[in-house]
Design a protein. Structure first.
Length: 128
């Protein structure tokens, strides 16, 4: 038996029927303020997503600050991380977060072994 996902007591279908301004009441204060400031940008982005889906093209964006809203659930959005577009599959648990949180801009540093001359003790080794 699969438990239905609820966001602040509302199901996903109920949230999808809400306007963006009404949905912002369910977000935390910082995300609410951000969403209300960029409602027009988010609406344009959603319209562009619908057009791209109809044309079977990938949704690529540089807009890392957009708040994830219920209308985006199920989409795969390619978010730019400064070097390449990272595919992100939007799921229910991502609601209220930003797109940029899931496309990291920095890689984990993996150091190799030091070369000859990298340390003081290895500077005097013979190169054979």
């Amino acid at each position: 038996m699969v438990k239905e996902f609820l966001y602040r007591g509302k199901s996903i279908s109920e949230l999808k029927n809400l306007d963006l301004r009404e949905f912002s009441n369910y977000l935390s204060s910082r995300e609410k303020r951000s969403l209300l400031r960029q409602v027009e940008i988010t609406e344009k982005f959603l319209l562009r997503c619908k057009k791209k889906i109809l044309k079977d093209k990938p949704i690529r964006t540089h807009l890392r600050t957009i708040i994830i809203v219920p209308q985006m659930i199920g989409l795969t959005i390619y978010v730019y991380n400064g070097k390449e577009f990272i595919p992100i599959k939007i799921v229910e648990e991502m609601i209220g977060h930003r797109l940029g949180e899931f496309a990291h801009t920095r890689k984990k540093i993996e150091h190799g072994t030091p070369g000859i001359g990298a340390t003081r003790s290895s500077a005097f080794l013979s190169v054979k």
